[in-house]
Design a binder for this molecule. Structure first.
Ligand SMILES: Nc1ncnc2c1ncn2[C@@H]1O[C@H](COP(=O)(O)OP(=O)(O)O)[C@@H](O)[C@H]1O
Ligand SMILES: [Mg+2]
Length: 236
């Protein structure tokens, strides 16, 4: 079984084809990075997976049963897909713990919340900061809190849009270690990122998009030696 199977996905905005028959499969427990130049279609891909954009054709299967292209955004979230957007959107006046409470969602019974929150605080390394208002966190800590908020829902598929944009080198290295530590057999992670050092540190495999098509799929080390990837992207 695969965690996520994208099959011949085509997306158009008017007469412009943003994704052209893109296929990819993410294994359970895999960290996959999607990279490529601006305009390649990376955000569009995440928009389709999360139900914001509907394709012209193709399928997006979560596990082997649920075709996400047939579901609403709310149904997709309920099926276990969570997305961390690029811009941190934590609630600044609420504490780290209160933000994680919100991340748990309304369905989690109150008696299960403390254990869930303690577990997420451990994963994101913000245990000592649990009582601090989120507005007082450093930029990196805010990013980790937001990753925690999506983790609190125990997603089967975690979508991360540029998780290290604007972070210092030290924060980027810490975020790479965090994402590596989040790998679990029942959780697949799809990351869009521009920082190639970061991608090399976290990704099991990379998919290189270019003008809405898949140019390369494989290891980041292999991408660095692929003539077409170098020509359109890495060599620039
Ligand atoms: N809502 C939209 N309407 C029209 N064109 C769009 C829309 N969203 C994205 N595009 C176009 O689709 C292409 C892919 O965009 P995007 O997925 O944001 O690329 P990336 O995230 O890889 O930089 C770009 O040429 C962009 O201008
Ligand atoms: Mg984008």
């Amino acid at each position: 079984m695969t965690a996520l199977t994208i099959d011949a996905l085509t997306v158009a905005f008017g007469r412009f084809t943003a994704l052209d028959a893109v296929s990819l499969a993410v294994d359970p427990g895999e960290v996959r990075a999607v990279i490529g130049p601006n305009g390649a279609g990376k955000t569009t891909l995440l928009d389709v997976i999360s139900g914001i954009t509907k394709p012209v054709s193709g399928r997006v299967m979560l596990g082997d049963r649920i075709d996400l292209t047939k579901r609403s955004e709310a149904e997709i979230a309920k099926a276990g897909v969570r997305r961390k957007f690029q811009k941190p959107s934590v609630f600044p006046a609420l504490t780290v713990r209160e933000n994680l409470e919100i991340g748990c969602g309304p369905a989690l019974p109150a008696r299960e919340r403390p254990a869930r929150i303690a577990s997420v605080l451990g994963e994101i390394g913000l245990g000592p900061r649990a009582a601090v208002p989120a507005g007082r966190l450093a930029h990196g800590e805010k990013q980790w809190l937001e990753i925690g908020m999506v983790l609190a829902a125990e997603p089967a598929l975690l979508l991360l849009d540029e998780p290290v944009a604007g972070l210092s080198d030290a924060e980027t290295a810490q975020t790479a270690a965090l994402i590596r530590s989040l790998r679990r057999p029942d959780r697949a992670i799809l990351v869009i990122e521009h920082d190639m050092g970061f991608v090399e540190a976290i990704a099991d495999r990379v998919t290189v998009l270019h003008e809405g098509r898949t140019l390369y799929e494989g290891s980041m080390a292999g991408a660095r030696h692929d003539a077409r990837v170098i020509e359109v992207f890495l060599g620039r």
